[in-house]
Ligand binder design. Structure first.
Ligand code: GAP
Length: 513
């Protein structure tokens, strides 16, 4: 199945099985805003719990924080977001549609790549086993022509982006490449302008007395401005970290690929405060630690790669992304940044307060350096859903859709089903559920045939199903079915908790770290 089709199926699966709904759907939705349904919220909470516990429970030098979404507006001036958190935008005068100039150009680069891929695929089909792709790419005239155009465009685009960006040059590239508006089909473009991504609102009741405030575009600044509060009240010694999970808001202009790029999303960020000069060592350590966290989910090492940043922000001295192989290619899920002492120094300058750390071991005052790990909950959710979604052909010719979620993250851990709705089986099933519901999330299901019920649970990724039959009333044993192997075994009811519990608790993941 083409990867595009897999992605479409995944999006409709998320809706059909109560994972993700478009926000305000009965009013035709709200662009790039989504709601999480009954299963989605459970999966999301489990992801957050896995992250939180791996940070705060497993490290005795990392503590949590929950700072407010609204913050003093000067914070965003100090952090650079007011002046520099921009996207270059261009409007088409005919369709009145607005686009990100950089995305229009990146799409054009992708079009050259597609043309090359098509030529390669055509030749591969024609020549069969005798096809030598490398030789074809380096000798075929059409491929070479596309490649040359692509490389020249890429070079020109990178230069323009690195020069500020150079807005006139971005527009000129769009004109020279004859890029048209997908709606109107025309090249009637406006100038390129910078557009700030922060949402703002007014705080206070009167026009005179009100103040412009922003919805935070990242949770990190709440950590920076509280770092000394936490350090002093928690008697933290450097190196130490502060972890936070919370909503962030960005007025993304090109919002697409479902929950990959949203206007309201959630971040899990940890700022690790270190002694200046030790930051690159810590950066390396956090890269390894975070990759291990991802890999423990069991999707396979080939699903992950680092993308080290070549061009660094002026305040960073190292940065990398952890990318996951989504149905639309490798995409950033998490960023790990060595941010020097930029943010703390800026807050010291703008607030006029001394926020230096006093090191009791060396009797020195200094501004700590910071390693940041920043991961989007929603992107993590998407990566887990796309890594788990499977369509399997069964021996009887049927296809089953199964979400092979890591058991510890599954919304429902155990479905409990009476074989029939009579003869005391529902009562027995309820009794089993009442015993287990204190330990993990269970779901009772008595509707439809047992086969249909299994399929429903497969589709939401429930790792285990228990069937209560007539024998259960005599022997006290139930049938336990494994989602992935579909194997069934008889298990005494009083052993269910120990058999399942260890495999479905977050601890099972944490122990791999
Ligand atoms: N404090 C650093 C920071 O915010 P970022 O690379 O802009 O860095 C970090 O964002 C992570 O937040 C990304 O790796 C991504 O997972 C998530 N993220 C950023 N923008 C997002 C959006 N519009 N929708 C969903 N997730 C987003």
């Amino acid at each position: 199945m083409a990867q595009e089709d897999v992605f479409k199926k995944l999006v409709s699966h998320c809706k059909e099985y109560g994972f993700v709904f478009p926000s305000s759907e009965i009013y035709d939705g709200l662009g790039a805003v989504y709601d999480y349904g009954q299963n989605g919220v459970e999966l999301k909470n489990n992801i957050k719990q896995y992250w939180w516990q791996s940070m705060v429970m497993l490290h005795d030098n990392i503590v949590g924080l929950d700072s407010a979404i609204f913050m003093h507006p000067t914070i965003w001036k100090a952090s650079g977001h007011v002046d520099a958190f921009n996207d270059p935008l261009i409007d088409n005068r005919d369709s009145k549609k607005r686009y990100r100039a950089d995305v229009l150009i990146e799409d054009q680069i992708a079009r050259y790549d597609e043309k090359i891929a098509k030529e390669v695929a055509k030749a591969a089909k024609k020549y069969g086993d005798a096809f030598n792709e490398q030789e074809f790419r380096s000798t075929n005239a059409r491929v070479l022509e596309h490649q040359a155009k692509r490389d020249a465009l890429h070079e020109r685009y990178t230069k323009a982006m690195n020069a500020g960006p150079d807005l006139n040059e971005l527009r000129q590239i769009i004109l020279d490449e004859e890029i048209v508006c997908p709606i109107s089909g025309t090249k009637n473009w406006t100038e390129v302008r910078q557009f700030n991504l922060m949402f703002s609102t007014e705080m206070g009741s009167t026009a005179d007395g009100s103040m412009k405030v922003y919805l935070r575009p990242e949770t990190a600044q709440g950590i920076f401005v509280n770092y000394l509060n936490v350090q002093k009240t928690g008697r933290m010694k450097i190196p130490f970290g502060i972890a936070q999970i919370g909503k962030a808001f960005r007025n993304e202009i090109v919002a697409r690929q479902f929950i990959f790029r949203m206007r309201e999303f959630e971040q899990m960020e940890m700022q690790f405060f270190v002694k200046p000069g030790t930051e690159l060592e810590w950066f390396k350590r956090w890269k390894e630690t975070r990759l291990k966290w991802h890999k423990a989910l069991g999707f396979g090492d080939n699903h992950y790669r680092f993308h080290d940043h070549e061009k660094l922000a002026h305040y960073a001295n190292a940065a990398t992304d952890i990318e996951f192989l989504m149905p639309f290619g490798f995409k950033e899920v998490e960023g790990i940044h060595s941010r020097t002492n930029f943010d703390l120094s800026q807050h010291e300058k703008f607030s006029g307060k001394n926020i230096k750390y006093f090191d009791p071991e060396t009797n020195e005052n200094y501004t700590p350096y910071v390693i940041e790990t920043s991961i989007g909950v929603d992107r993590m959710f998407l990566s887990i859903m796309s890594g788990s979604y499977c369509e399997e052909k069964l021996e009887n010719g049927e296809t089953r859709v199964v979400l092979k979620l890591p058991a510890a993250l599954a919304p429902v851990k155990l479905a409990i089903m009476p074989l029939v709705k009579k003869d005391g089986l529902p009562e027995k099933a309820r009794e089993i559920m009442d015993g287990l519901k204190f330990h993990f999330n269970c779901q009772y299901d008595e509707k439809d045939s047992i086969g249909k019920r299994y399929r429903r649970q497969d589709a939401i990724g429930t790792p285990y199903c228990v069937t209560v039959d007539h024998e259960t009333l005599q022997t006290g044993c139930v049938t336990l079915r494994d989602r992935d192997t579909m194997r069934q075994e008889r298990v005494p009811v009083n052993e269910l908790q120990s058999v399942i519990g260890d495999r479905v608790n977050i601890t099972s993941l944490l122990k791999k770290l």
